[in-house]
Design a protein around this ligand. Sequence first.
Ligand code: THU
Length: 137
Amino acid sequence: MDESELWPRLGAAALAALENAYVPYSNFRVGAAALTGEGRVVSGCNIENAAYGVTLCAECSMVGELFATGGGTLSHFVCYGGLQGETAQLITPCGRCRQLLYEHRGPDLRIKTANGVVGIDQLLPDAFGPHNLSRQP
Ligand code: THU
């Protein structure tokens, strides 16, 4: 599938997930979707909590689906968000979720943003990652 077909497909999956968001506190619904290296589409929505810090971002529940459906890595990612009753817009992931994407990225993860398609290095330069936990120089 070329990118002209892929992004609309992922966008539709993200917007469908957004419809299921549980956001009684912020009223800000988020839907995330990605293509995996194995060709699956995974998606997620944000799930808030009365203990605000326990809230799951859409990317968190998407990574849950990634693993629940067999694991793998992410090759293309998109995320939409918006206040209930307003039109959702492309959003770039929060800092924590950039770290999640970094961990589960494929060799060339492409991320669609309002400013174009970027790589994870642009969103999270000099990332902390598995290499930091290795004793190898
Ligand atoms: N949120 C996400 O789901 N993903 C992000 O990348 C940014 C923020 C959610 C968390 C919370 O439920 C709401 O958006 C407002 O911050």
